[in-house]
Ligand binder design. Structure first.
Ligand SMILES: C[S@@+](CC[C@H](N)C(=O)[O-])C[C@H]1O[C@@H](n2cnc3c(N)ncnc32)[C@H](O)[C@@H]1O
Length: 266
């Protein structure tokens, strides 16, 4: 998969996705995931989808294929969002969905397939990842609602207030310092319409599988994921309530991952 991307015409997409006025937060400019340039490199972008897919296989080792593991992990996450939205915001039609930290667009495609009437916007700080997302989407059959890709900091997007019905943040918070996570939550609240649904999915701090990782493996992971401790020590439900959300619920959606959902009050 990586070779295919690196040898493709993906490089041409950079000009149309990069916003040269983006100011990167300090945490984003450090080495990350064992890439010297963190997420700001073609290699990181080309390897991202393979890495994402393999995480699901570690969560569901009994799945017979990576595809099946992803269908379970992503399917459970999407079902929790759908259930929460219809339970608390049934009258609010899902027209606009924002995928913050969309990376190379895998989560954006999952959301679009689940909610086909919605217009999807994928937002990320890495123009390399967005270039891959745009390149991949061009190779797929055209959609009724084409995706919009935005290069911006999710902490302060510059997008209009109350312009989305669902804001999803998938597998981003364990990669962020607490201060950035709290800003991302506040910005999601600003961007959602009254009755809109906020959804976060990420590692479960209560997961037995993660707690039982050997100290050697955990230390190795921390060396490439510098904010894991900050993530595990944050009371995310409290941060979400403090931002003004109601109906805050947390569901273990697979043995390693948790999905938090919440509503913007009417
Ligand atoms: C693990 S990836 C997310 C994967 C994707 N959402 C999925 O579910 O497959 C984390 C992403 O968060 C992005 N990110 C980190 N901090 C961000 C911020 N402040 N604003 C926007 N994107 C951010 C990174 O560039 C990276 O693409």
């Amino acid at each position: 998969m990586t070779k295919e991307i690196l040898e493709s015409g993906v490089y041409k997409e950079m000009g149309s996705v990069e916003n040269p006025s983006v100011v990167y937060p300090d945490y984003y400019l450090n080495p990350f995931h064992a890439y010297d340039e963190g997420n700001l490199s073609w290699l990181a972008a080309a390897e991202a989808e393979a890495a994402t897919l393999s995480i699901a296989k570690r969560a569901i080792p009994e799945a017979s294929t990576i595809t099946e593991a992803n269908e379970i992990v992503r399917g459970n996450w999407l079902n929790v969002i759908e259930k929460h939205h219809y339970q608390y915001s049934g009258n609010l039609k899902i027209r606009d969905i924002l995928d913050v930290g969309c990376s190379v667009g895998f989560s954006t495609r999952c959301l679009a397939d689940k909610f086909p009437s919605a217009k999807l916007t994928g937002l990320d700080l890495s123009p390399y990842f967005l270039a891959v997302a745009k390149y991949k989407e061009k190779k797929n059959p055209p959609r009724t609602n084409p995706f919009q890709w935005i290069h911006a900091n999710g902490e302060s997007t510059g997008l209009d207030s109350q312009s989305f019905d669902i804001v999803s943040i998938a597998y981003v918070f364990h990669e962020c310092p607490q201060k950035a996570t709290i800003n991302l939550v506040k910005e999601a609240f600003r961007l959602l319409r009254p009755g809109g649904t906020f959804a976060v999915t990420d590692n479960s701090p209560k997961s037995k599988k993660l707690q039982e990782l050997s100290p050697v493996l955990f230390t190795l992971m921390k060396s490439t994921e510098p904010f894991l401790d900050e993530y595990y020590l944050l009371d995310l439900e409290k941060a979400v309530k403090d931002a003004g959300f109601v109906n805050v619920q947390t569901t273990l959606t697979d043995p390693r991952h948790v999905t938090l959902t919440a509503t913007v009050p009417y």
